[in-house]
Design a protein around this ligand. Structure first.
Ligand SMILES: [Fe+2]
Ligand SMILES: [Fe+2]
Length: 276
């Protein structure tokens, strides 16, 4: 294998079809971890020129959030729409994790940084497949419904700022997943949808580590420049994230992921910003 990890990441970003993107993502992750375990030639991290936007399939149609029809999870169609939205989030997450590898190759980081994001990308690829399997078992598929445009906004906003990327993507967006997933699992449990419950339970269990990796490397970078992580986090989220954070928060899982309450509560809806 002569490609660098950054080139492998870019190749995933440039693959449009969801299933194909995830298959390539999983193959590249397996190759990375095989060489990390001492099998074959080591893969250099390297640098690459990732696209400003990842390639995406023709379907789903991407709409502004206000134009996406509202979901009513009480009906089978509503539950399909909810899973379709989760599939869209997972596919976006695959790209986000490869993008952090490809885009910030100029920032020297320990090898464990790459191990963590390759593992996350591999898990998101698995999550996308699990949710697609559920959709197909329910007679639908990814692409059958419109999905949110603008999912890539956080990546664009933080394309030049690794600490901003860590603050907004794993520590805000993926942490939000920890808040809302238990309620989703309940919806499918009440509907007797065992397959969806099983898929969401895998996602819920694995997402804690994604938030934790964000917190770990955010603290690492703060330590490198000797600044207060909590203050920097508040500054970066206010700069790059549009709007307040929405309680209720899953304080237990956030704590497990290394996110203490004084990180997120001051940014919550209804809280006054210091001095404001
Ligand atoms: Fe995921
Ligand atoms: Fe994740």
């Amino acid at each position: 294998m002569s490609a660098t990890l950054a080139e492998m990441a870019t190749e995933v970003l440039n693959t449009a079809d969801g299933r194909a993107k995830c298959a390539l993502s999983r193959a590249h992750a397996a190759a990375w971890f095989a060489t990390r375990a001492g099998k074959g030639e080591p893969i250099a991290v390297g640098q690459a020129a990732p696209p400003s936007h990842p390639a995406r399939p023709d379907r789903p149609e991407l709409l502004s959030p206000r134009d996406v029809p509202r979901r009513r999870p009480g009906s089978p169609a509503g539950r399909i729409a909810l899973l379709h939205a989760v599939a869209h989030i997972e596919l976006n997450a695959v790209d986000l994790h490869w993008d952090i590898i490809a885009r910030f190759g100029h920032v020297p980081m320990p090898i464990g940084f790459y191990d963590d994001w390759v593992k996350c990308a591999d898990e998101e690829s698995k999550h996308f497949g699990l949710v697609c399997d559920c959709l197909e078992a329910m007679g639908s598929h990814y692409g059958a419904l419109p999905a949110h445009a603008g999912m890539w906004r956080a990546a664009e906003d933080t394309a030049d700022d690794l600490m901003g990327r860590l603050a907004v993507v794993p520590m805000v967006l993926e942490a939000r997943g920890l808040d809302v997933t238990p309620g989703m699992i309940e919806i499918f449990r009440k509907a007797g949808a065992a397959g969806a419950v099983a898929a969401l339970e895998v996602i819920y269990a694995e997402e804690v580590a994604h938030v934790a990796y964000g917190s770990k490397w955010f603290h690492f970078l703060c330590g490198r420049v000797d600044c207060d992580p909590k203050e920097v986090f508040h500054d970066l989220v206010r700069r790059y994230f549009h709007g307040p954070l929405k309680p209720p928060f899953n304080e237990e899982k956030r704590a497990e992921a290394g996110l203490p309450p004084d990180f997120y509560w001051p940014l919550a809806e209804g809280q006054q910003s210091p001095g404001g």
